[in-house]
Design a protein around this ligand. Structure first.
Ligand code: KG4
Ligand code: ZN
Length: 357
């Protein structure tokens, strides 16, 4: 018999994602983003994101079904992100998933968003490595995980893997740091892509920005944790100093912005890749996975690839559309949960904004 057809729903932040997966095959997926509605606020406004999910859900689901060439009647299970994420945003996806599961009389599968970022690799590689170190870097989270692949039923009936949280950010998420630095440089939100573009013309060695939590005494206490607030403050100081050297009201200047962007990106890429490679080596893990929107950053990807290769590690980076939040990662994890004979989640499935891995 064919593998079950799993419909995946993602709504934890500002992307409404719906996808259809059969086994390890992505049949179709669609994503609607409310990012444009948040631009003038310089960050995601939860209330606006929730409303946008509500408006985008049905058209996005239709697009995904059309692309996959299936109808809802073909769906064998509905997987949905139960957390972590924005409370109101999660509720929209989970309510939709419950309604579908009930109407179609198929299992409901709640999944963990962070684990789904890892599980998406199954759609690229056909199977997950037995063990991996995963670096998840987005606007909302920054985690370094030691992942043991077998899927199991976690807290509250939510699909999970045995994951050890090795480290996380103690302040800003990596993507948030890009967004804040963009703002300091007068670049639009979301800042990541703009900082990257500016960095292409800059000198990564122009400014020696701090590498958070990499000094010997920090490493003893926080070997795999990250901190980006000191880096952001250092950028702010550099910008202030530069401003004082200019005529009042003058622009920062393209060359200065490019050098700051390049030096900042270098600092972030250095810390992320250094800690990830060290973690894999110290834990004797062969495979490194990269996920989250910041995986789009050329310097982060490039330096991590360089250092993984030098250390003899295999690096897996899904295509970008699968790195940013999407329904395919949710459906992929849902399919793994089903294949392992787990689930369904209770129809009372609760959302959990702070759901741990
Ligand atoms: O995973 P994602 O789409 O959404 C969540 O935050 O969950 O990640 C968005 C984040 C934003 O902070 C954005 O600035 C950052 O990823 N980002 C980048 C790049 N493209 C997106 N950061 C650095 N370089 C990029 N090219
Ligand atoms: Zn995410």
């Amino acid at each position: 018999a064919a593998d079950p057809l799993v419909l995946g729903i993602e709504s934890s932040c500002d992307e409404t994602g719906v996808a259809l997966v059969r086994g390890a095959t992505l049949l179709g997926h669609a994503v609607a983003s409310s990012v444009d509605e948040h631009v003038r606020f310089g960050g995601v406004v939860p209330e606006i994101a929730s409303r946008a999910h509500l408006e985008a859900f049905l058209p996005t689901m239709r697009r995904a079904c059309e692309e996959a060439g299936v109808t809802l009647a073909d769906v064998d299970a509905v997987a949905v992100t139960a957390g972590p994420g924005l409370a109101g945003a999660l509720l929209v996806g989970v309510a939709a998933a419950k309604a579908l599961a009930l109407a179609l009389d198929v299992p409901l599968l709640g999944v963990n968003h962070l684990v789904a970022h890892v599980a998406v690799d199954v759609l690229v590689s056909g199977a997950l490595p037995e063990r991996s170190v995963a670096l998840l870097v987005s606007g909302g989270h920054t985690e370094l995980l030691d992942v043991h692949s077998p899927v199991h039923q976690g807290r509250q009936g939510v699909g999970a893997m045995r994951v050890e949280l090795l480290g996380q950010t103690l302040d800003d998420a990596a993507g948030e740091a890009f967004d804040k630095v963009a703002r300091l440089l007068g670049l639009p939100y979301p800042g990541g892509p703009h900082v990257q573009r500016a960095a292409e013309r800059g000198d990564p060695a122009a400014f020696a920005f701090p590498r958070g939590l990499t000094a010997a005494h920090d490493l003893r206490r926080h070997p795999y944790d990250f901190s980006f607030s000191g880096l952001k403050t250092a950028v702010a100081r550099q910008v202030d100093a530069h401003r004082r050297s200019l005529e009042p009201g003058a622009e920062l200047g393209e060359a200065f912005v490019a050098d700051v962007a390049a030096s900042f990106s270098e600092a972030v890429a250095d810390v992320l890749s250094r800690k990830t490679v060290t973690a894999a080596q110290e834990r004797g893990v062969q495979t490194v996975l990269l996920g989250g929107g910041v995986a789009a950053n050329a310097r982060v990807r490039g330096l991590l690839a360089e250092r993984c290769e030098a250390a003899g590690l295999d690096l897996r980076v899904p295509p970008l559309r699968l790195c940013t939040d999407n329904g395919a990662m949710v459906a992929a994890l849902g399919a793994l949960v089903l294949a392992d004979g787990l689930g369904p989640s209770p129809l009372e499935l609760a959302t959990d904004p702070g759901l741990p891995v």
